[in-house]
Ligand binder design. Structure first.
Ligand code: SF4
Length: 217
């Protein structure tokens, strides 16, 4: 993507959705951290279904510890990999209580030291909870970054670095939401919906997918 196209690309996404939000449901920084930790290889819809059962019963590190491993597993077992996620969440809660007075830390270093919290999870928490201009590159952003030519890279870290370099400062905080939503609903993996894509004029992908002909699959 030409540098001159990057500003209008994001201005167009902003005009269509001025205040983009994560689709994970949460009411505190700890709930957000928990939801993101549970979301690896799971959909936001699936995570929300489980946390709607979990959070009314336990939504602080101490309350999760009080549930015990089995109690936690029982409440999140609809999510893939729930056993290892439950184990990581218990260990994370233990560290939050013992090292951080039960609060979620606001630095990358402290977040990534928590069990089950990798670079992507830390980026989401730093961005969504603490308003930092981080880029959490998931499967959607990886695809959109490469397909559009905005941030080509062979792996998520390369795409993240390109985005940090190329996204204009005024769009930096919200850009990862716009790119996720674009990838989830429009620039889909198997067949991008170019015919209804608002940023098509700025995207390098060719040939663009034409609108489906009525009656044809
Ligand atoms: S024009 Fe097509 S390939 Fe480009 S971002 Fe939109 S949906 Fe994706």
């Amino acid at each position: 993507m030409k540098t001159a196209d990057i500003e209008p690309f994001f201005a167009t996404l902003k005009a269509a959705n001025p205040s983009p939000q994560t689709e994970l449901e949460y009411t505190s920084v700890f709930e957000l951290l928990t939801a993101v930790l549970l979301s690896a290889q799971a959909t936001d819809v699936g995570v929300n279904k489980a946390t709607r059962k979990l959070f009314p019963v336990a939504n602080t590190p101490q309350a999760i510890l009080d549930l015990g491993l089995e109690g936690l597993e029982n409440r999140i077992k609809t999510i893939g990999l729930y056993r290892s996620k439950a184990k990581h969440l218990m260990e994370t809660c233990r560290m939050l209580v013992t090292l951080h007075a039960g609060k979620v830390p606001d630095t990358r270093e402290a977040l990534e030291a928590l069990p089950g919290v990798g670079r992507k999870t830390a980026n989401v928490v730093l961005n969504v909870a603490f308003g930092q201009p981080t880029m959490a590159v998931d499967t959607h952003i990886f695809r959109v970054g490469n397909r559009t030519g905005l941030a080509p890279g062979k792996n998520p870290l390369e795409v993240e670095k390109q985005l940090m370099k190329r996204v204009p400062a005024e769009y930096a905080v919200d850009s990862h939401h716009w790119l996720i939503l674009l990838g989830r609903y429009v620039c889909q993996a198997r067949k991008p919906r170019c015919w209804e894509c608002v940023v098509a004029p700025y995207c390098d992908f060719t040939p663009k997918t034409p609108a489906p002909v009525p009656g044809k699959r």
